[in-house]
Design a protein around this ligand. Structure first.
Ligand SMILES: [Fe+2]
Length: 197
């Protein structure tokens, strides 16, 4: 099977307001590492001797758990970089309508997303849940915690320190405001359209 290829760096990321080019370039480098390690772990697991797999201590267990960490690192960052580069203005469309239904108002939604971003140790996502038929904000800690089955993330807010420490020191609220000010909601609308047919 061919290796998974990293999405190319989009130079629009060099021109964000508040989140610097240096931060985004270094951050993209981390994403490339997730892609490389995803490919490596996938290959290693396929070729591994499976006879020693056990839940207490085994090579297979370690690799399988860390494979999900790498997958999260790939997917989360692709959403993150993919929807930065806008001006933060909400866009008319199905996502905005669904937000009104599920959160009451746009402002209530944004307030909840900010709270999720402050409560998380790694990620906050807005996800569409196929089973419950609603949007929700989900708190994540590491790349692989805590996904919800059949929920599709359309917004991914990275709150790992590497996303903001160089630009905002420990002022995470300022970084979250900058993230929202640079968000391209038309990308979110498109993602939502794809998964909410
Ligand atoms: Fe990150």
């Amino acid at each position: 099977m061919a290796d998974y290829q990293a999405q190319p760096y989009d130079e629009k990321l060099d021109k964000l307001t508040g989140i610097s080019k240096e931060t985004n370039r270094a951050h993209y480098g981390l994403y490339e590492k997730y892609v490389a390690q995803y490919n490596r772990a996938t290959k290693d697991l396929k070729e591994a001797d499976k006879s020693d797999a056990n839940q207490i201590y085994s090579w297979y267990r370690s690799a399988a758990v860390d494979l999900t960490f790498a997958i999260g690192g790939v997917k989360n960052h692709e959403i993150y970089f993919g929807h930065l580069g806008g001006d933060g203005s909400p866009v008319d469309g199905g996502f905005q309508k669904q937000v009104a239904k599920d959160f009451g108002s746009w402002d209530d939604y944004v307030a909840d997303l900010k709270a999720a971003g402050m409560a998380a140790r790694g990620w906050a996502w807005t996800a569409w849940d196929d089973d419950f038929g609603k949007l929700m904000n989900v708190v994540g800690d590491a790349q692989n915690t805590f996904p919800v089955w059949n929920a599709h993330p359309v917004v991914a807010l990275d709150v790992y320190e590497h996303a903001y420490m160089a630009d905002f020191s420990t002022a995470r609220p300022k970084y979250i405001d900058a993230f929202l000010a640079n968000l391209d909601w038309s990308v979110v609308e498109e993602s939502f359209k794809k998964i909410h047919a």
